[in-house]
Design a protein around this ligand. Structure first.
Ligand code: FE2
Length: 207
């Protein structure tokens, strides 16, 4: 089950009031990228858009780490009965799936996410949002290479970062085969926004 577009847009707006930041505009752009790529690849564009809008909804609880926003998003959307969105909340941050969890988990949330991922199989919508998460900044669309650096500047580099990048390029090729064109052909203004370089966002100082 999934909410309709209006409900998903309202959820994201409310979440942006609870935890303001560029993540809400990023989420809208993930939705638009997913709709444009998904439609051209023969998927349901409206569903792709809604899944993109909600993939980071766990950030509604505040500035949190990766497993926590994943788990909070899963819990929140499951409570609403939106299982398809809940699955995307879980899978979007883990393009390598079970291979991302070969170390001890560090928190209760991470352990729950691991358990879910180990029992889960990805499909085209999971791959689509994993890809689009790496194509959408808050200020527009950009090439994968640019987004990988943006994310590395914010979160750092892990042992598996290059494997994650390579997997994302495989997903790009999978969709380009289905589309019969480049993913960049359906991302408005991608050439211009790729060249923009605003400084990384920092949360406002609390005073
Ligand atoms: Fe995201």
């Amino acid at each position: 089950m999934l909410p309709n577009r209006e409900t998903a847009e309202k959820e994201l707006e409310l979440a942006g009031v609870m935890n303001p930041g560029p993540w809400t505009k990023h989420s809208v752009n993930v939705g638009v990228a997913a709709r444009n790529i998904g439609e051209k690849a023969g998927l349901d564009g409206e569903k792709a858009y809604i899944l993109g809008l909600l993939h980071d909804i766990g950030r509604r609880v505040g500035v949190v780490n990766i497993p926590r926003h994943v788990y909070e998003g899963y819990r929140y959307t499951m409570d609403k009965g939106w299982e398809e969105a809940a699955k995307i909340c879980m899978t979007h941050s883990y393009p390598l799936m079970e291979k991302e969890f070969d170390k001890e988990t560090e928190s209760v949330e991470e352990a729950r996410v691991k358990e879910y991922i180990l029992g889960c199989r990805c499909g085209p919508y999971d791959w689509l949002i994993q890809l689009c998460d790496s194509l959408a900044a808050d200020y527009g669309f950009c090439i994968l290479e640019k987004r990988f650096i943006d994310v590395a500047r914010r979160y750092g580099i892990w042992e598996n970062s290059v494997d994650r990048w390579n997997r994302t390029f495989e997903i790009k090729e999978y969709f380009e085969d289905r589309m019969g064109c480049s993913i960049y052909d359906v991302l408005p203004d991608v050439g211009r926004t790729t060249l923009l370089c605003p400084p990384p966002w920092k949360p406002p100082a609390k005073g």
